[in-house]
Design a protein around this ligand. Structure first.
Ligand code: NAP
Length: 257
């Protein structure tokens, strides 16, 4: 296992779920962290927690990743001692709505496309050139099984995750002549705030998603992200498809009564 101590890790969407658990795990391993998300108060309390628990160096910046100028302002604000980013975890993402496409809310579509696809691209375009210049870096994208299959009501969310799958593959091909690595993590059901957002704040509907089975947790996914990041330099984990044991595909799960 490669020692990650002292590495600088940027995690987008660190205010909740998978991103938050990933930030904690990298902090435990002695990494320096750049953490983003829109909810400033959560970033401030996470920074305090990581500083106290692990004596981590943490830089936080709250902004909306779907805004290109906001991404550029964020990039310009990164302090000098955090600028050599070793690991980029493109995690920020949303699911909005489960309507059939012909009945869908176009605002939902725009938020998913702008956050999951354009936001990931803006950040990648800002961070990766420096990695290429330094001949070192690892990009870890949060895809989904929704990037490999589709399901009714998943239409636009699945399209955004298919886009991340394509982007990850293209990036891996284009960086093959460099030491940079590209990993895509493709989870099934993970219990986070994701479903609450998907059902526009309806917690009862969100809880039903995980009813009768043991879903994955944010920390299960953080383990895989850190596993990929800590492989020796010649080992590139291309993709990790991971689901709860009681889930076989996006539409086939076994639920206990
Ligand atoms: P989550 O608990 O809802 O966390 C999402 C994170 O993304 C939050 O930190 C949120 O921060 C950030 N975010 C959302 N919109 C943003 C924006 N416009 N600007 C900046 N940050 C934004 O969901 P999660 O399950 O951890 O999801 C993380 C990633 O895993 C997503 O890409 C998701 O598609 C993927 N994934 C999730 C599952 C699942 O079942 N949960 C399965 C497969 C893949 P703020 O709200 O503070 O901005």
């Amino acid at each position: 296992m490669k020692d990650l101590k002292g590495k600088t890790v940027l995690v987008t969407g660190a205010t909740a779920g998978i991103g938050r658990e990933t930030a904690k795990l990298f902090a435990q391993l002695g990494c320096r962290l750049i953490l983003t998300g829109r909810r400033d108060s959560r970033l401030i309390s996470l920074k305090k927690e990581l500083e106290q628990d692990y004596e981590s160096a943490v830089f936080i910046h709250a902004f909306d990743i779907s805004s290109r100028p906001a991404c550029e302002r964020f990039f310009d604000s990164i302090p000098g001692d955090f600028r050599n980013i070793d690991i980029l975890v493109n995690n920020a993402g949303v699911g909005r709505g489960m309507d059939k496409l012909h009945q869908g809310d176009i605002d939902d579509w725009e938020e998913m496309i702008d956050t999951n696809v354009k936001g990931l691209l803006y950040i990648t375009r800002l961070i990766v050139p420096e990695m290429v210049n330094r001949n070192s870096g690892h990009i870890i994208n949060l895809g989904s099984i929704a990037g490999l299959e589709v399901y009714p009501g998943g239409n636009i969310y699945c399209a955004t995750k298919h886009a991340i799958h394509a982007i990850s593959q293209a990036l891996r091909m284009e960086l093959v002549d460099t030491p940079l690595r590209v990993t895509e993590i493709e989870p099934g059901m993970v219990e986070t705030e994701f479903s609450v957002g998907r059902f526009h704040g309806d917690r009862e509907k969100a809880e039903k998603v995980y009813w009768g089975l043991d879903p994955l947790t944010g920390s299960d996914i953080a383990d895989l992200i850190v596993f990929a990041a800590s492989r020796p330099a010649h080992v590139q984990i291309n993709e990790v498809i991971v689901m709860p044991t009681a889930q076989a595909t996006a539409t086939i799960s076994h639920r206990k009564d």
